[in-house]
Design a protein around this ligand. Structure first.
Ligand SMILES: [Zn+2]
Ligand SMILES: [Zn+2]
Ligand SMILES: [Zn+2]
Length: 698
């Protein structure tokens, strides 16, 4: 066994860490010696006196910015300067029973209560905040300018240089961010091994860089675990992985500082799920103080975006009318059928692709439901109901919103966002807070994404995305479009007005008449980007060579390509329709690639049969999945007669040229397709009509 420091014992170090250890170990031994000989002890620095100075400076700063903010809401550190362990938090909030002239160690605040449950308190630690003023943490993060931070940090760093703690536990990404910025040139890292594999110790160096002042460990913020109220499989996995990691880091800290804590708290303790339900009077008092703080900030920072009120800040836009989709939300069944894989990209697979699309949508709704249950196990969610979604987000935002960084998003939420093709730009998954805020805007959510906690932001994105993908095409155009498989299924896009990049289209539709035409989606309210001044915009393909058509019935019908199905005028006269005319004729036809030597085969599940007395199939063009060539595919069964659409179009054109409107006459295949001159055939139709009229009259 190997003793690193204090009570921290590890297996003998493996070769992989020897280099890092060689540099760090002499410094660590040195720290141990200093402590043993009492050289680490602080002078007679007075925390109380320093705090009073700090409080006055902070008060003066606000005064200089036209606001009188009460000194009562600056919160004093707790614990002794000679504690071996320090807990470093970001800032105190109004989530407290007695807000005036307080100390940080007050377990009526849920975060501090969690520290107590872990076994950390003023009894064995020094606890302090990076900013001592009660505030919504998001406002500190968003609004405090550097010169204000300088005042807070002057105190914090004076305090830090006068405490005896050998290990400092920094809670949450806000603290980590500021500490790494301040100490970037005075730190080195030591990754641990064996039982503590995955834990990284930060060594804060003295000014001379030849000594270690103390160890720093960055752990997750208490709120990271507070959101999670569920006990389902996902929640258990979260506690095993994330909770287990947190326990390990705290175990390292307790060994370094030689204190006793509750081992395995985050992984196992039911106390973690304990609800906090303050009384109505307390809640109202807190809301009043928050309201006052907002007004003060508004005065100091005119024009800044604030978390404007305590409740009902968010409104998700469910409208977002566009040409392509209907507005009603279909009920999504949670039943998943066997997942088919369709690689062949052609119209014949249209139905299978639509089925897969619906399955993907249903799977996503199911996963979203599972994730939400992790956070609010008591609620039964119906994500199709706007009000329930609003409540979920309000509940999340009403808790303390200190989780702000993308890295503080639970993996299950981040993973769900990143797994969705339609939440990417150029198929690059969201990986930062900034990208998430952009996605929020592109989904046309109302409100300011920068005011959300990262968890609230993630849910707002997931819910609006869920709404958008479950909408189906409008009835009027549904039959005029097809989905396509493979690389054509996802389309990167730009806004027609501002040219900004928007989210990829995860379920791209194409015109049925000609699948080379992408059906472009539109928006009435710009693309959502901040700089977009457009109102009616098209989200057209990034690839300028990609043809596209708007999602209007007329446009889709008029796509000029009579070689593929749909729209050609002759169809209504020459093709068999309905059971009466189709009878026993097969509804699928196996086709083969026309190219010699190629073995490509596919199934046309919507063959067009003519009214020839011997049913004849109209050839269609497909791109061969095997040889990639395009051509008229012929039936595998050589007994099946076939004809090209050009031939039919030519025949129809002859009638038309002579001014003959086929709609006026009976549908007679033996006349339409007869060998005789067109004038003879028209005379035949006229005579047939006269005879039919006469027999009707009788
Ligand atoms: Zn469900
Ligand atoms: Zn735009
Ligand atoms: Zn082929």
């Amino acid at each position: 066994m190997f003793r690193l420091f204090g009570n921290l014992w590890l297996d003998d170090p493996p070769d992989s860490v020897l280099t890092a250890l060689d540099g760090a170990l002499p410094l660590i031994r040195n720290l141990q010696q200093n402590i043993t000989h009492g050289m680490h002890r602080s002078s007679n620095w007075s925390m109380d006196a320093a705090f009073k100075c700090y409080r006055e400076e902070e008060y003066a700063w606000w005064k200089l910015h036209n606001v009188e903010r009460s000194r009562k809401y600056l919160v004093h550190p707790s614990g002794r300067l000679d504690a071996t362990v320090a807990c470093h938090l970001f800032n105190p909030t109004f989530e407290i029973d007695e807000p005036c002239d307080g100390e940080i160690d007050d377990p009526s605040n849920p975060c501090i209560a969690q520290l107590h449950d872990v076994g950390l308190s003023a009894g064995n630690c020094l606890i302090f905040d990076h900013s001592a003023r009660r505030e919504d943490s998001r406002h500190c993060k968003m609004l405090y300018p550097p010169d204000l931070w300088d005042i807070h940090e002057a105190f914090v760093f004076a305090l830090r240089s006068n405490i005896e703690a050998v290990v400092e536990i920094c809670w949450g990404a806000n603290v980590r961010e500021r500490m790494l910025r301040r100490l970037q040139n005075n730190m080195c890292t030591l990754p641990l091994w064996g039982r503590y594999e995955g834990v990284t110790l930060y060594l804060e160096l003295g000014e001379d860089k030849t000594s270690v002042r103390r160890f720093i460990i960055f752990v997750n913020h208490p709120q990271f675990f507070m959101f999670l109220k569920g006990t389902n499989v996902r929640a258990q996995a979260f506690r095993t992985e994330q909770g287990g990691r947190q326990d390990l880091m705290l175990e390292v800290a307790s060994c370094l500082g030689n204190i006793v804590i509750n081992a395995g708290f985050y992984k196992l303790s039911p106390l973690l799920l304990r609800p906090f339900r303050p009384t109505k009077a307390i809640r109202e008092q807190r809301d009043t103080l928050k309201g006052q703080a907002y007004a003060e900030l508004k005065a100091a920072f005119p024009g800044a975006t604030l978390i404007s009120s305590v409740k009902g800040t968010l409104s998700l836009s469910q409208k977002d009318h566009n040409e392509l989709q209907g507005t009603k939300l279909p009920v999504i069944e949670h039943i998943l059928k066997e997942h088919k894989i369709v690689t062949k990209d052609n119209i014949a697979n249209d139905k299978a692709l639509e089925e897969i699309r619906l399955q993907n949508v249903a799977r996503f709704w199911g996963e979203l439901h599972d994730v939400a249950v992790m956070f609010m196990p008591d609620a039964s969610f119906n994500f199709a109901k706007k009000l329930e979604c609003q409540q979920l987000i309000n509940t999340i935002e009403a808790s303390e919103g200190e989780l702000y960084h993308w890295e503080e998003l639970p993996a299950s939420l981040a993973g769900l966002i990143q797994s969705q093709d339609g939440l990417r730009i150029d198929q690059h998954p969201i990986g930062s807070r900034k990208e998430a805020e952009t996605a929020y805007r592109l989904l046309h959510c109302n409100g300011s994404p920068e005011t959300f906690s990262i968890v609230g932001l993630a849910f707002a994105i997931l819910i609006t995305y869920a709404w958008s993908i479950c909408r189906t095409p409008r009835d009027a155009i549904n039959d005029l479009m097809v989905l396509r498989a493979s690389s054509k299924g996802i389309v990167p896009r730009v806004c027609s007005s501002c040219n900004g990049r928007v989210l990829d289209d995860p379920f791209a539709y194409y015109a049925k008449n000609n699948v080379d035409y992408y059906v472009v989606k539109s928006s009435q309210t710009g693309c959502g980007l901040i700089d977009c001044t457009g109102r009616r915009v098209l989200l057209h393909p990034l690839d300028r060579s990609q043809s596209y058509v708007r999602a209007l019935k007329k446009n889709l019908e008029n796509i000029p390509n009579f070689r593929t199905r749909g729209g050609a005028e002759w169809e209504q006269y020459f093709l068999r329709r309905g059971q009466a005319e189709l009878g026993e004729i097969p509804r699928t036809v196996e086709l083969k690639c026309p190219r010699e030597g190629c073995t490509g085969i596919l199934e046309d599940d919507a063959p067009r049969w003519t009214i020839h007395s011997v049913p004849t199939v109209v050839l269609r063009q497909f791109t061969c999945p095997d040889c990639q060539r395009k051509g008229d595919w012929k039936p595998v069964n050589t007994a099946i007669k076939y004809i090209t659409s050009e031939t039919l179009s030519r025949t129809w054109g002859r009638f038309k040229k002579k001014g003959c409107d086929l709609a006026q006459y009976p549908r007679l295949a033996d006349v339409y397709f007869a060998q005789g001159h067109i004038t003879i055939r028209i005379a035949q139709l006229k005579e047939a009509k006269r005879l039919a009229d006469e027999s009707n009259a009788n």
